[in-house]
Design a binder for this molecule. Structure first.
Ligand SMILES: *Cc1c(COP(=O)(O)O)cnc(C)c1O
Length: 354
């Protein structure tokens, strides 16, 4: 029987994507991903080159996050990194009834982590879109194993008061974890306090596959000391290496190699240029929306939320724009590296038509 000819599927292009926290990989990242498709950093004894590249990736991520000799590894994404950070905190603590504290603006991956790990998640309200320190203070107790701060919230791009959260964590001998999955590659060029240099934090999530412009999947978990990672170690009797700290077994060498290639190409000058352009674009869009009578949140980092009506947002979607909404119903535009001024101009022109 004749096989029906099927056209090769092609991915969407990024021309009208304003909703995603992923972007087009840097060309060098794309090439590196393809070269390393058949490698497995989960088996470093066999796949030595990619294992070495992963050490480089962790070193580079550490430099970006203000930490010399960082411990860590390249995860499948921010979700795994956050889950592993909570797992470290839980395993290290001596309590039968562990809880973690995060603001309600924390990413939903912490809900997954809490459920999988059997940890209570206590969420506190935000003030001006940032974790409310008084509310966190009220919420913590002797069973608190981790306080989470977000540096670049998924919905609004705001940064929690990280140094104050780290101090609170120290008071109850809990760990402080910072989630910079999205913001991590923008923040070094802003004046926020978010990283290992600015505060006594223990672990940090930073994803090369978002603003870092690496191929998917490439997330990052960093820890201040290897002792923290030891909390995750599981014996691996039939591998050449003796223990594994990762959550997944076989992992993407393509993600690891592309992360290194992207950071080689872009850190720091290229990322700085990307940040400057993205921030200019976000400010331009915020002004354009405000001058049309909309209430705008941000930009604190290159992300803009505005109170467009639901029919208005639907109309934009009908015109092919990919835009998303915050939990409160605002339209949300993420100024990723692929988002240009001319894209935003035609977006605003479509708004004016409405
Ligand atoms: C995207 C994001 C995550 C989740 O990362 P994945 O790579 O999608 O698993 C976690 N935290 C924040 C703040 C994010 O923006």
């Amino acid at each position: 029987m004749q096989q029906a000819q099927r056209a090769e599927p092609t991915p969407q292009d990024f021309d009208r994507v304003l909703s995603s926290m992923c972007t087009e990989p840097h060309p060098a990242a794309r090439r590196a991903a393809e070269r390393f498709l058949a490698t497995n950093p989960g088996d470093p004894g066999t796949y030595e080159t990619i294992a070495e590249l992963e050490r480089e990736a962790v070193g580079q991520l550490g430099e970006i996050a203000g930490l010399n000799d960082a411990a860590g590894y390249v995860t499948s994404g921010g979700t795994e990194a956050n889950m592993q950070a909570i797992r470290i905190a839980r395993n290290r603590a001596r309590t039968d009834d562990p809880n973690i504290v995060a603001s309600e603006s924390a990413h939903f991956s912490f809900r997954k982590a809490a459920e999988v790990l059997g940890v209570e998640l206590r969420t506190v309200p935000t003030t001006d879109y940032r974790a409310d320190i008084d509310a966190v203070t009220e919420c913590i107790d002797d069973d608190t194993v981790c306080i989470v701060g977000v540096a670049g919230t998924t919905e609004y791009g705001y940064v929690d008061p990280i140094p104050a959260l780290a101090d609170l964590a120290a008071d109850v001998d809990a760990l402080c974890h910072v989630d910079a999955a999205w913001g991590g590659f923008y923040l070094p060029f802003s004046d926020h306090e978010w990283n290992f240099e600015h505060a006594d934090i223990d672990t940090l999530t930073i994803d090369p596959h978002k603003v870092g412009q690496a191929a998917v999947p490439a997330g990052g978990l960093l820890a201040r000391s290897p002792t923290l990672l030891d909390e995750l170690a599981i014996d691996t009797p039939y591998l050449e290496s003796t223990a594994q700290v990762t959550l997944t077994g076989t992992r993407s060498g393509a993600g690891v190699a592309s992360a290194v290639a992207a950071m080689d190409a872009l850190w720091p000058a290229g990322y700085r240029e990307t940040y400057d352009r993205a921030m200019d674009n976000a400010e331009w869009l915020a002004d354009a929306l405000e001058s049309r009578g909309h209430e705008v949140v941000g930009p604190e980092l290159p992300l803009v939320a505005a109170d467009l009506s639901i029919p208005m947002t639907d109309e934009l979607r009908d015109r092919g724009w990919r835009v998303s909404k915050t939990g409160a119903g605002e339209m949300r535009v993420v100024c990723m590296p692929h988002v240009t001024r001319s894209m935003l101009r035609s977006f605003v022109a479509d708004l004016d038509w409405y």
